[in-house]
Design a protein around this ligand. Structure first.
Ligand code: ACO
Length: 328
């Protein structure tokens, strides 16, 4: 059966930079602590007029422009995010309108940091069947931070990444979406997430008084352990099922969680350090955006060459985790 292919990729990160030193002026942390524990030096932050929909549209426009593809020819606009524009309607509806994708149907998915790969796996059959899909991963996580909680506030940033996908066709430039795996362990759902503000814990004046807002809460060390083990396992399993060895992989494009997680996953997978892409130092963890934003950056830097094999792995809230192979 024909695969889906990524016809083009677009990325957008807001220009405003928040450095570690800037954070250390507003909370009890330091550049040294953040760099040594996470590898992060800075993160981007959405400007006053920027929202999840505007970031998504910027990344989507970049992907469409890279292929010279008209938004009117899109069948689907799909946004994956944990920081939506509103509770309802879907962020993708605003993006569909902003892009002028008049014929397209629009819907959102929510899957945490593994959500973009999960979404790609769900929608790839649409592209295999001949439809054109703009899949966008976007987060404005700076709006989901408790800026008094140094254990989370230093880790995340804002950004968006988009894949224009359609059917793979011989001779056409593109990156084939070859094979993927994803898993969830919902028994860990409360370890990492935004517990307040939904129907289980609606925001009340009492909750607000207790300092419980719609912000990210996380047991960091527990997340770390699971992230390393499960991303490594699902990456290894995908390679085995695809009859590939670590040496057959040209690039690992991991979810940009933090450098220590990326390094540990690389070691468990047995892949050489120079084959692993990381820009977490400059962008921090951009959740659903991270894999697509990373690939956009790699393509901008002309790091990806024809006939290369890319392995992507991701882990996040749910817990959910996923792996995906791409052949250039
Ligand atoms: N600045 C200074 N000190 C801090 C900070 C900070 N920003 N945050 C925590 N500390 C302190 C703690 O309070 C603690 O102090 P104590 O010993 O006096 O109690 C000390 O540093 C050590 O805290 P730990 O939590 O044990 O530090 P650890 O080395 O585990 O690093 C970290 C914490 C960076 C959060 C790590 O656990 C981690 O990377 N976890 C994964 C989290 C993650 O990436 N989540 C993103 C979503 S999921 C994903 O994308 C994979």
């Amino acid at each position: 059966m024909a695969h889906a292919a990524i016809w083009s990729v677009g990325g957008y990160a807001p220009p405003h930079i928040i450095t570690n030193d800037m954070l250390s002026r507003q909370m009890d942390t330091s550049d040294e602590w953040i760099r040594t524990r996470t590898g992060i030096r800075a993160r981007r932050s959405a400007g006053p007029d920027e929202t999840t929909a505007t970031l998504s549209a910027r990344a989507g426009e970049a992907a469409l422009a890279a292929r010279g593809f008209s938004p009117e020819d899109l069948d689907w606009v799909i946004v994956c995010t944990d920081t939506p524009e509103m509770w309802s309607p879907a962020t993708a509806c605003f993006v569909q309108d902003a892009l002028g994708a008049r014929r397209a149907s629009a819907i959102d998915f929510t899957g945490g940091c593994a959500g973009f790969l999960q979404t790609l796996q769900i929608v790839s059959p649409l592209a295999e069947a001949g439809q054109t899909v703009l899949v966008i991963g976007t987060e404005v996580l700076t709006h989901a931070m408790d800026w008094h909680d140094r254990t989370t506030a230093v880790l995340f940033g804002d950004g968006a990444g988009a894949f224009l996908i359609g059917p793979a066709s011989p001779g056409a430039n593109g990156i084939e979406v070859v094979r993927g795996l994803s898993r969830t362990d919902g028994s860990q759902a409360t370890i990492l997430g935004k517990p307040y503000g939904g129907t289980r814990h609606p925001i009340t004046p009492e909750l607000v008084q207790e300092g419980k807002h719609h912000t990210i809460r996380m047991d960091g060390p527990r997340v770390f352990k699971h992230a390393v083990t499960l991303m490594s396992e699902i990456g290894r399993q995908l390679l085995e099922e695809s009859h590939l060895t670590p040496d057959d992989v040209d690039w690992v494009v991991p979810h940009q969680a933090n450098q220590r997680i990326i390094d540990a996953v690389r070691q468990h997978l047995g892949i050489a350090p120079e084959k692993v892409f990381s820009h977490v130092a400059d962008y921090a963890n951009t959740g659903s955006a991270s894999v697509a934003l990373a690939l956009a950056d790699m393509l901008d830097r002309e790091m990806v060459k024809s006939r290369q094999r890319l392995l992507s792995v991701a882990f996040g809230a749910g817990f959910s985790w996923a792996s995906q192979l791409f052949f250039v």
